[in-house]
Design a protein around this ligand. Structure first.
Ligand code: NAD
Ligand code: FES
Length: 311
């Protein structure tokens, strides 16, 4: 397992033993939409190696849950990575309570196979909600590789549209949809994809990143035309190294591990029913943990800070 860390800090316990604690400092943190926060984290070794399509797994405190998180970009010179986190469960709520100057106990990565970047022709890159953060670096790399990139970004409403400027720069054409019509065109991302297909636009590849119903709908839309389509899967993950089996997905009838065999897979071969079923396995436990967290959010965030070596 490749564990990389930044800024080792030395602590001394009551018996005078010295322990090297490695932490990842948050050098910037800002909400980019309600419940969605972008962090800039010092992680020079990850920044050096990160390629589009890869992710990291974070752990906030010693006995904390491990969560896979999207890398939006990295800056090799500064030695930082940007991650984008949506508050969904307890751990992501705690994470999004952290601010500049806080730190994260450990960050493992970069994980997963990088996106395949070559000249395909015309590529449609689709980002659903916070999945846009994962789609962005791949869109940018595909454009640099000489593809015509048509991006479609969808969100529930205007406030939840993220990375519009970045996606515009990474695309030849950017289309935006909101479910409620509060910004740009009303509808789902798949409505725009269908329009493109009906207009006779030649599409050589589609990449979709977002919630499972969206990725399934994209797969259904392109299947009949036989357009090569990739989806980036985001199942529950634990170790991120192919050892625990937590992220098992069924692709073409075979078990695959999203953390090492993916996260991108041929959308037409993914068994979405199994994905939905496995992702809902821990729903009850997650809801219980979230309810406990809500009762005492402040002290849990403080406990987590203390666990990171904060006073
Ligand atoms: P959301 O539910 O608000 O949906 C975002 C957009 O996806 C919608 O605006 C719509 O355009 C499209 N969409 C949703 N359901 C659809 C359907 N049935 N048919 C067609 N299009 C549909 O998304 P959110 O609340 O931002 O949630 C993001 C989800 O993405 C989370 O569940 C998160 O776990 C997941 N995620 C996935 C990845 C990944 O790598 N796949 C990365 C980050 C997050
Ligand atoms: Fe353990 Fe993928 S997260 S096998």
């Amino acid at each position: 397992m490749r564990v990389t860390a930044a800024m080792p800090r030395i602590t001394e316990n009551e018996f005078g033993s010295v322990c090297e604690v490695q932490v990842f400092n948050i050098v910037d943190a800002e909400f980019i939409a309600p419940g969605i926060k972008r962090f800039v984290i010092e992680a020079p070794r990850i920044a050096r190696k990160q390629r589009p399509g890869q992710f990291v797994i974070l752990r906030l405190c010693e006995h904390g849950e491990r969560v896979p998180v999207t890398i939006e970009r990295s800056d090799r010179q500064r030695g930082t990575i940007n991650i984008v986190v949506q508050s969904i469960g307890k751990t992501t709520h705690v994470l999004n309570s952290l601010v500049t100057g806080d730190s994260i106990l450990d960050v493992v990565g970069p994980l997963g196979k990088p996106s395949e970047i070559e000249k395909f022709g015309t590529v449609v890159v689709m980002g659903g909600g916070v999945g846009t953060a994962m789609a962005y670096p791949t869109a940018a790399a595909l454009k640099r590789a000489g593809n015509r990139v048509i991006s479609i970004v969808g969100a529930r409403n205007k406030e939840l549209v993220i990375l519009e400027r970045e996606m515009r720069e990474a695309s030849d054409t950017l289309m935006i949809t909101t479910d409620d019509g509060s910004y740009a065109d009303k509808g789902f991302v798949t409505d725009k994809l269908r329009e493109l297909m009906e207009s006779g636009t030649r599409i050589d590849l589609v990449l979709a990143v977002g919630p499972i119903p969206m990725m399934r709908a994209v797969a259904d839309t392109t299947r009949k035309e036989g357009i090569r389509t990739l989806v980036s899967l985001n199942p529950i993950m634990i170790d991120g190294t192919g050892m625990c089996g937590g992220c098992r997905v069924l692709v073409d009838g075979k078990s695959q591990f999203a953390c090492v065999d993916g996260p991108e897979f041929d959308a037409h071969l993914v068994n979405f029913d199994v994905l939905v079923q496995r992702n809902s396995m821990y729903r009850e436990a997650e809801q219980k943990s979230m309810a406990e967290f809500r009762r005492d959010a402040e002290s849990q965030v403080e406990a987590c800070r203390a666990g990171m070596g904060k006073p």
